[in-house]
Design a protein around this ligand. Sequence first.
Ligand SMILES: [Cu+2]
Length: 156
Amino acid sequence: MKKMNFIIVIASIAIILSKVMLSKDLTRQDPIEEVITLSGVTGEQHFFDPSSLYFKTGNLYKLIIKNNSDSKHYFSSSSFASSIFTRKVQVNFNGSTISEVKGFIREVEVWPNHEIEWWFVPIKAGQFTDLLCKVKDKISGSLHSDMGMIGKITIE
Ligand SMILES: [Cu+2]
């Protein structure tokens, strides 16, 4: 009986320790969901909605980048990309996940009527004003960034 109690105590300690160790893995938190929409009409205007994003260091975020416009768009910010740890970029199609991309991601491009999820933990605070889309408008020939597709990202 004493041996049994000893085994139960050791097993309990092991479970508690594994939970403590898991809680230190910042990429395994429940994600905070944020959505940014890539909007506009070719030949008229293009923009990020919202055009300002806010994150806090240490939290896990699932940023859904949704393109509901008639053009493909970039979500590109080098200073943001180098201030986060990317867990994955997840590609969904028809409600199912079809791909997960892992490793350092600098920018993503999303086609019309599709979306991706960027899962990351911000690791460095800062204010970044280099969020932009570098696609060229098919009618005006201007860069989407020159037509208003720019934004700001703040990490606190
Ligand atoms: Cu664009």
